[in-house]
Design a protein around this ligand. Structure first.
Ligand code: Q9C
Ligand code: ZN
Length: 342
């Protein structure tokens, strides 16, 4: 399997996030991608390619233009205010406040375009976001050109980013952009299978009213897990999207037996949908030792995930999402890919 990787993710580093009342170094850190990159080389999974530059026209079909215009401006505007450190929001437009005015101040816009404070910007953040987007589309191009599969080693991840909001370490929804790109290249239907520990709220929001992208999510139950406000089992899509959004919320402590049942059910529904291509939002924060998650998958289970996806017999793009047990995520993520290859 070919992979796509860019070192440009590394400029997105040294940022902080808010966890349990404390500002701490962000769990989403450069070593995540570096360990996976090393593991790809070590295992000889296949060639590792550099991304080609892509413009944001496909991204603009799943994100709002004002949101895409905002993202590259954040760091320069933050420093123009005489600030350093990490650019973070601190105020949000809740129920009852005006949603129709986008205030001019950067602090207000950071809140307007975000869901939480897990999306800190530093100097290299926009360049990393753009490179992650390019990595996803370059890998999608490999699949479109006839490869059975490809791996987009995206960093930062994407599945919490919605049409006009950043969230949970995510800015551009790489998997959603790739799915849209496949449609624009002639695919009639695309399935997104999201196996990250956290519900892909951004992906769900983007495609909720669409029938051309099926979204299947396996994740921590929002009753006791981030993103809390979305990811319940009764969210099935609306309008043309009715029935094409499928959620499998699972409780803290879920292990392989229960999780793999959900994967099996999801794969059957995916096969019934008969998409032209599958995009896997590949998070490995389901791992028992993940520092921010509460499932109990073991390293031996990850190749089984890949093998089940391979059984679908469909062209498959793997897009990297979460996973924070830093050294182990490399073995687990590449384990999925090895399991896919058989
Ligand atoms: N106690 C992804 O996996 N909150 N994002 C963590 C830690 C946000 C995860 C709080 C987690 C976001 C792509
Ligand atoms: Zn996650």
């Amino acid at each position: 399997m070919k992979s796509v990787y860019s070192p440009r993710h590394m400029g997105h580093s040294g940022n902080v996030e808010l966890v349990a009342g404390a500002i701490v170094p962000a769990f989403e850190m450069p070593s995540r991608a570096e360990f996976i990159h090393e593991r790809l080389k070590e295992t000889g999974l296949g060639p590792i390619l550099a991304p080609e530059e892509h413009d944001l026209s496909t991204a603009a079909r799943v994100h709002k233009q004002n949101y895409l215009d905002f993202l590259p401006t954040v760091w320069d505007r933050w420093t123009a205010l005489g600030r350093d450190g990490t650019a973070l929001p601190y105020t949000w437009p809740t129920r009852g406040l005006r949603q129709d005015v986008i205030p001019e101040h950067l602090d207000a816009q950071l809140g307007y375009y975000s869901f939480d404070a897990g999306i800190g910007f530093v100097k290299g953040t926009w360049d990393a976001i753009k490179s992650s987007h390019d990595v996803a589309l370059t890998a999608a191009g490999l699949v479109n050109a006839g490869e059975r599969s490809a791996f987009a080693l995206c960093r930062p991840p994407g599945h919490h980013a919605g049409s006009d909001f950043m969230a949970g370490y995510c800015f551009i929804n790489n998997a959603a952009v790739a799915a849209q790109w496949f449609l624009d290249k002639g695919a009639k239907r695309v399935s997104i299978l999201d196996v990250d520990y956290h519900h892909g709220n951004g992906t769900q929001e983007i495609f909720y009213r669409r029938g051309d992208v099926q979204v299947i999510n396996l994740h921590g139950d929002p009753n006791d897990e981030y993103p809390y406000f979305l990811g319940f089992a009764d969210e099935r899509g609306e309008g043309a999207g009715e029935g094409f959004n499928i959620n499998y919320p699972m409780r803290h402590g879920t292990g392989w037996d229960r999780w793999s049942e959900a994967l099996e059910d999801g794969c059957r529904k995916l096969a019934d949908y008969a998409p032209d291509v599958v995009v896997v939002s590949l998070g490995v924060d389901t791992f028992e030792k993940d520092p921010i998650s509460k499932f109990r998958l073991k390293t031996e289970h990850y190749p089984l995930i890949g093998a089940r996806i391979a059984k679908l017999g469909l062209p498959t793009l793997f897009v990297m999402e979460g996973g924070y047990a830093v050294a182990e995520i490399a073995v687990n993520a590449v384990g999925v890919l090895q399991g896919f290859e058989g």
